[in-house]
Design a protein around this ligand. Structure first.
Ligand code: PMP
Length: 443
């Protein structure tokens, strides 16, 4: 998952350049060679998702059914669902897999209109616009919202789609220390005092971009403090909820609901459908004026093929289940289960002696491996025991901050989680990545 650290050197070791380069090159060796030859999660071909918690990986030597801890399938909708699937099949028959047209060229079906209204209502904004891909939502919308003469201030761990969108906008981009409102304030104060480069004119517009849950760290955004700073310096707020919408909050409405933030305080709310909703695509929810403006000027709306109708139907149906509009309490149960599962798994990992990144309630967690040479072995040994985790190393992370990323799903059973914990503990001992004293087991 491409977090790009804004093009800065991936790690600052504080050594002389020569030494830095030597360390850097040697560690590069460790990262690239074993990964290329290891039976690694990213190289395997997924033959099928047997159901929402397993995936069958096809390798050259064997085929194995693995417990899936490496999918954004937070609520378990990325599988056959008694409410969603029949409706998706029906929409496939009625509208075909693709509209083969852009939205403005006859590619707008009744499902697209319904989806926009449904998303706006769900996230708590007056209007919404949908695109066919989450990545494109950030990378194509940011350049429409801000241009030359503007300033984007971006969290240092924002996703690559945000980085590309900000860079492509022509605005000046500044980065603030990850999830640190005091540093955001420092950057804002400095930039406002200085103004635009060379001319020192005031900035035409300032947008601060943050994520609801950071996908590499599992941390919740310090949203209330960030909003306070933005209000003080009259900056717009842009919140990417890819990993939080549907996954946290009492009714799945994301970090705003979880942290008690009024959505009126966020100017632009962005999110993706490829995680909690088991589909694909992205949205921007904002005021009617902003959405109208985007509908007339965003190239992803004007020139790209509309989101596939069955994908749109999947999103509408899953939101209905989340809100209980299917007439069952499955949505509420899923939300309670993902929270319970995440907090159980995180606390058990910590008790075992792992260093785990991320906050309580977050279904995203990273087990720190640190040393890049431990990465391939960790992944391989987990896979051997039929547990699939995603591992991340340089250049997606700083050089010495390699990690195994885990996404917990509402569809994992307690038995699944206990099995995963047993495997991860065994592999952790084998590879040597338990950095704390484990709590003694109660007799
Ligand atoms: N924003 C964030 C924070 C992400 O993590 C991702 C991808 N995981 C995206 C945007 C892009 O979304 P998609 O994969 O749905 O295109």
């Amino acid at each position: 998952d491409g977090n790009n650290l804004h093009g800065y050197p991936p790690v600052s070791l504080g050594f002389e350049d020569f030494y830095f380069r030597r360390v850097y090159l040697r560690a590069q060796d460790c990262v690239s060679r074993p990964i290329a030859s290891a039976p690694h999660a990213w190289i395997d071909v997924v033959e099928r998702y047997s159901d929402d918690r397993f995936k069958t990986l096809k390798r050259t030597t064997n085929t194995s059914k693995c417990l899936n801890l490496g999918s954004y399938n937070y609520l378990g909708f990325a599988a056959s669902d008694e409410y969603c699937t029949p409706r998706v099949v029906e929409s496939l028959k009625k509208f075909s897999p693709s509209t083969c047209s852009a939205r403005v060229d006859g590619g707008t079906t009744i499902l697209h209109v319904e989806l926009e209204a449904c998303v706006a209502k769900f996230v708590g904004k007056p209007a919404a616009i949908i695109t066919g891909m989450g990545y494109v939502t950030n990378s194509a919308v940011l350049p429409v919202l801000i241009r030359k003469g503007g300033l984007v201030i971006s969290d240092s761990l924002n996703h690559n789609s945000i980085v590309n969108g900000a860079r492509g906008s022509g605005a000046v981009v500044r980065v603030f220390q990850h999830n640190t409102p005091s540093h955001l304030e420092e950057v804002l104060r400095e930039q406002i005092a200085f103004g635009q480069p060379r001319t020192h004119r005031p900035w035409k517009k300032i947008i601060v971009v943050v994520e609801g849950i950071y996908s590499m760290e599992g941390e919740l955004c310090k949203l209330p403090e960030i909003i306070q700073v933005c209000k003080k310096y009259t900056a717009y707020t842009y919140l990417d909820e890819a990993h939080s919408i549907g996954a946290v909050g009492k009714s799945g409405r994301g970090v705003c609901e979880l942290l008690g933030v009024d959505t009126a305080d966020i100017d632009i709310m962005m999110g993706t459908f490829s995680k909690s909703f088991g589909s694909c695509g992205g949205y921007i929810a904002a005021s009617k004026e902003i959405i109208e403006y985007l509908k007339f000027s965003c190239p992803a709306h004007l020139y790209a093929t509309a989101i596939s109708p069955p994908a749109a139907q999947q999103i509408i149906s899953s939101i209905r289940v989340i809100l209980g509009e299917d007439g069952s309490s499955r949505g509420a149960q899923k939300l309670a289960r993902i929270r319970e599962n995440s907090n159980f798994f995180r606390s058990e990992l910590e008790k075992m002696g792992f260093q785990v990144l991320g906050d309580i309630d977050s279904p995203v967690m990273s087990i720190m491996l640190y040393n890049p040479s431990k990465v391939p072995a960790f992944s391989r040994e987990c896979l051997k025991r039929n547990v699939a985790v995603v591992i991340v190393a340089f250049p997606a992370t700083p050089l010495l901050l390699s990690r195994a990323r885990i996404w917990i799903s509402a569809s994992h059973t307690r038995k699944d989680l206990l099995k995963a914990l047993e495997v991860i503990s065994e592999v952790g001992d084998l590879v040597g990545v338990k950095y704390f004293h484990a709590e003694p087991k109660k007799q």
